[in-house]
Design a protein around this ligand. Structure first.
Ligand SMILES: C[S@@+](CC[C@H](N)C(=O)[O-])C[C@H]1O[C@@H](n2cnc3c(N)ncnc32)[C@H](O)[C@@H]1O
Length: 234
């Protein structure tokens, strides 16, 4: 079994920087210490570059769920990546030893309904870490954030990709619409490695304080205000 962070991250095709290991590990450590249990999930898996380290964090009783259009690429309306079921399965085999309760689901995230929220919660329980990296239009972004915030464990986090990526302005617009047109219960506590980190209001202060303490020595560290909350950026 190959070690993912020392070689897999360079071998698996996709978009992820090595710098994500540190904040992800710290979130997992905090959740373990705080007794925050739950499954992990990614919307938009491509070949598994970020899904693999999420699956590696799952505890035996938890699920890792990867959602993607996979071969249904006709619905990939903005051409963001190209999910490949075979490649993800092969990559999981290479890097993830404990593959029971690791599941791949072929779905268009825009087709997820309130009934799916109930089904997901019944099947997998609430989620403690969710990565959103599927369709990058404002519509996908709002849709995916709204879906995910309702199946999030109390103290769980959402990681949204490409917020400041100049090639994918739809994500930025989607976040603006999410905050302006809804009254969301999740808040941004960090932006780093091209990703926004959000958690529920009740846990926001704890994550923000933790990240401020852990990462204040980073070269690009700054505290900023984003969408009604203070956030750590680096
Ligand atoms: C940018 S790639 C994901 C990159 C991946 N997270 C990584 O770590 O490399 C976007 C993925 O989202 C999938 N996708 C696009 N639109 C989608 C939709 N409406 N529902 C589900 N998946 C979608 C694509 O098939 C593609 O695999």
């Amino acid at each position: 079994m190959k070690n993912y962070w020392s070689c897999g991250i360079d071998e698996v095709e996709g978009w992820l920087s090595q710098g994500i290991e540190e904040p992800l590990t710290e979130v997992d450590r905090f959740q373990r210490e705080a007794g925050i249990l739950g499954s992990v999930m990614e919307i938009g898996v491509h070949q598994g570059k970020f899904f693999i380290p999420l699956a590696l964090l799952k505890r035996p009783e938890e699920y890792a769920l990867g959602i993607d259009l996979f071969e249904d690429q006709g619905k990939n309306i903005d051409g963001s990546g190209k999910g490949d079921f075979g490649a993800v399965s092969a990559n999981l085999e290479k890097y993830v030893q404990e593959r029971s309760r690791v599941e791949l689901l072929r779905r268009d995230s825009l087709s997820l309904t309130p009934l799916d929220k109930v089904e997901f919660l019944k099947e997998y329980g609430p989620f403690r870490i969710v990565s959103i990296d599927g369709g990058h239009t404002p519509f996908h972004t709002v849709n995916d954030l709204l879906f995910v915030q309702d199946i999030l464990q109390s103290g769980g986090i959402v990681i949204l990709d490409d917020y400041y990526n100049l090639h994918w302005p739809g994500v930025h617009e989607g976040v603006a619409r999410f905050f302006l047109q809804n009254t969301p219960k999740i808040r941004i506590f960090c932006y780093t490695q091209n990703k926004l980190f959000l958690t529920d209001l009740s846990h926001y202060r704890r994550y923000f304080t933790l990240f401020q303490k852990l990462f204040s020595s980073k070269e690009n560290f700054k505290k900023v205000r984003m969408w009604d909350s203070e956030a750590v950026v680096y």
